[in-house]
Design a protein around this ligand. Sequence first.
Ligand SMILES: [Zn+2]
Length: 269
Amino acid sequence: MTNQGRRLDEWEMREQICEVGRRVWQREYIASNDGNISVRLDDDKVLCTPTLVSKGFMKPDDLALVTLDGKQVGGRLPMTSEVKVHLEMYRQRGDARAVVHVHPPHATAFAVARQPVPKCILPEIEVFLGEIPVVPYATPGTQEFADAVIPFMEHHNAFLLTNHGALTVGADPFECYYRMETVEQYCKILILAKQIGDWTQIDPNKVMDLLRIRQKLGHKDRRVLQDAELCSYGVPGEQCAAAREGADGDKAFIEEVVRRVVERLKTRS
Ligand SMILES: [Zn+2]
């Protein structure tokens, strides 16, 4: 289901938010009243889900109308307390028209274990989704939480939120939903693969082929901007440093790699 480039009217947008709410609830990406969804209506107005309502059972007129600076100007139910991160996304990215935030179990498992999502494993992920950064923890619902996502917004469409969940951005609620499905399925496959063996990565040169396809499809990817450096297997016998560096410079991991390399050099000398 896509809008095929057609601009939806406000009622259709309300219906799409409710439909996506039903799907994320049915797929168990959320429990109880968790999660939130929004759509940018115009330069200053955003429709968002209300707080303390199950996203699986919303009706179009349950939604809240909010200005870009966070004032609720419509709707009988109070807006989600997470609206700040949605509004920040719209302020930072002109192409952002919708945002979905939920807690899909497999993706959230990575966020809780504070494990960066490895890259260069499945072709479709590299072509259609790109890197999935892990945003540092901040208290949900605060401006600090919204601010924590800002440094990752420009180059990514899907984000894991440390000890919390996942967030996607797109042209409409369905694009966000599909991106969320992709993130969750990828994380599920990674966890299953780990149980029967280990992750194996695609050869870096082949990854660059995928990134070129990604670029041709009009998706930006900082790995192409920075050339092939990020996808070189820096440490022989170790997992690709670039892939493990999914948290945008996971300092602890880099230090660990350096420690192991130093150790290996010591044992050789
Ligand atoms: Zn949440």
